[in-house]
Design a binder for this molecule. Sequence first.
Ligand SMILES: O=C(O)CCC(=O)C(=O)O
Ligand SMILES: [Fe+2]
Length: 323
Amino acid sequence: MSISSETQVPLSLPIIDFSSPDLKPETPEWDLVRSQVRKALEEYGCFEALFDGASMELRKAKLLEASKEVFDLPLETKQSTKTNIHYEGYLTLPVVPSQEGMGFYGVDNPNVVNDLTHKLWPQGNTFVSKNVQSFAEKLIELSLKVRTMTLESFGLEKYMEEHLNSANKHFQILKYKGLSDDDTESKIGFYPHIDRHFLTILSQNDDVDGLEIKTKDGKEWIKVKPSQAASFIVMAGASLHVLLNGGIFPPIHRVITTGKKDRYSAGLFTIPKEGVIINAPEEMVDDEHPRLYKPFDFWGFLKFSNLPNARKDITDLTTYCAL
Ligand SMILES: O=C(O)CCC(=O)C(=O)O
Ligand SMILES: [Fe+2]
């Protein structure tokens, strides 16, 4: 049988394996993975990472249970976690009412997770806090490897410590309500956007897909179908793009809800600390690569790109930096 010219293999993301116990700096294995990371971030702005197979599968299952416990609480209880920090506590977006999130800002501090679970359950909830923390810890480990490799691949070792110290770790669990019986078509679960911070690591539950990532040429959406249960999507954000003077790019992505089942996902976000000014090192600037952005204040950009007329794509960055 001949294959029709219409038949196309669906696009997929590069897959990079971080699971080897020998993956340590200054080994041939590290250098190989580092070059794969660099290529993927240049060409796709993201990749699928395999990391710690069996242990992550178990952690993922526990996190799913913990997420359900959180989102099953009464709305008022969830709302009581809100503070004046943008990322902290319960979060909903008026334009996408089917989505809700719970954010642990500064997740590497055990008090943050404990305090938040105590707001949700006066007596605390060890199952939730332990599992949130241990899941986030593994993602922090992966994000540290990716950030280190990325800076090394551009020869920016001398800025490593400063960069690694310049970010807070934020962990968020998310729920997207499945379609109701009246819904006849798929719905937007999360509108198309670029992430604004340095780096995102996403974990979607295998049985409900929905994440789609736009190709660099802007022509196609890649439907993300993780190749294994224990895999994660690593994605560059606008702040990393600014730091590397455009050396990598932040991809546009969205979530589409197609089935009746609720979708749960979780992410680790590496967010520039307040007061940090991001400026591409001189090593990243030459005649062929003129400086793209003036010194960049992430928290100012966050406010700007939250305004109702923001486009949620890279043009927000160019507009903000031209002000
Ligand atoms: O739920 C997802 O898979 C995507 C979430 C996302 O894009 C975000 O939180 O920025
Ligand atoms: Fe995102």
